[in-house]
Design a protein around this ligand. Structure first.
Ligand SMILES: O=C(CO)COP(=O)(O)O
Length: 252
């Protein structure tokens, strides 16, 4: 059943990119058509670049622009924050919520992540909810328990295959060059799929489930071929058009 799920290759630029990065984005846009038959592409630049990139991508069916975080409220006295409605207005089509860097650096709880996912939906956007264990938790054999807890508390009950993407990003694999074995990825993704089906029935069977953490052109084909891996959430390698498109090309 999962074979029918259309893959999503998403780039998370994190706190990287200036207006001059538009050239790199344009190269991604130009190359996107080649992989469009097999996968959807999403680039999540810093908030400062969303509107400019979304303007460039307007009308493109191949590549969309997303955001990396949002505030849970629509508007108000929240200095420095950006709402999902503002991101939608800037042209974003999806928002990453609950990235481990937000959970760790900004103390974001599962409850807040859930509220942010609901904020994305309120604005009509897809929520990409991130989960994953730390090295310490992995060493203690708690990987599946941690994932279960995060899934339980971070996913709102109204999740559908249209409004939710789940990204499994083991924290120890992010930016380290380390990746879990194919067997480990398969085990965790199967666990997540079973959780989603138990909670959301048929919708859970169709939700996109991304792997993230040190995905690069040299390991993408192997990771993307794992059962229940329906795409990737890519950090460092998504900053270069050649690498990002090569990863997406694993499906071509
Ligand atoms: O955190 C990530 C994507 O959200 C993964 O980052 P890297 O691909 O740089 O390991």
């Amino acid at each position: 059943m999962t074979d029918a799920i259309r893959p999503l290759i998403a780039g998370n630029w994190k706190m990287n990119g200036l207006r001059a990065s538009a050239a790199e984005f344009e190269a991604m846009l130009a190359g996107a058509a080649k992989v469009a038959a097999k996968a959807d592409l999403l680039v999540c630049p810093p908030a400062t670049l969303i509107a400019a990139f979304a303007d460039k991508a307007r009308g493109s069916k191949n590549l969309k622009v997303g955001a990396q975080d949002c505030h849970q409220k629509a508007s108000g006295a929240n200095t420095g924050d950006i709402s999902a409605e503002m991101l939608a207005d800037a042209g974003a089509s999806a928002i990453i919520v609950g990235h481990s860097e937000r959970r760790a650096d900004h103390g974001e709880s599962d409850f807040l992540v859930r509220a942010k996912a609901e904020a994305a939906w309120r604005a009509g956007l897809t929520a990409i909810v991130c989960i994953g264990e730390t090295q310490h938790q992995r060493d203690a054999g708690q990987t599946l328990d941690i994932c279960r807890g995060q899934l339980n508390l971070s996913l709102p009950p109204a999740a559908t295959s249209g409004n939710l993407v789940v990204a499994y990003e083991p924290v120890w694999a992010i930016g380290t060059g380390l990746t879990p074995t194919v067997g480990d990825v398969e085990q965790v993704h199967r666990f997540i799929r079973e959780f989603l089906i138990a909670k959301f029935n048929g919708e859970g069977a169709r939700m996109r489930l991304l792997y993230g953490g040190s995905v690069k052109p040299s390991n993408a084909a192997e990771l993307m071929a794992v059962a229940n891996v329906n795409g990737a959430l890519i950090g460092g390698a998504s900053l270069k058009a050649a690498d990002f498109l090569a990863i997406a090309g694993s499906y071509a």
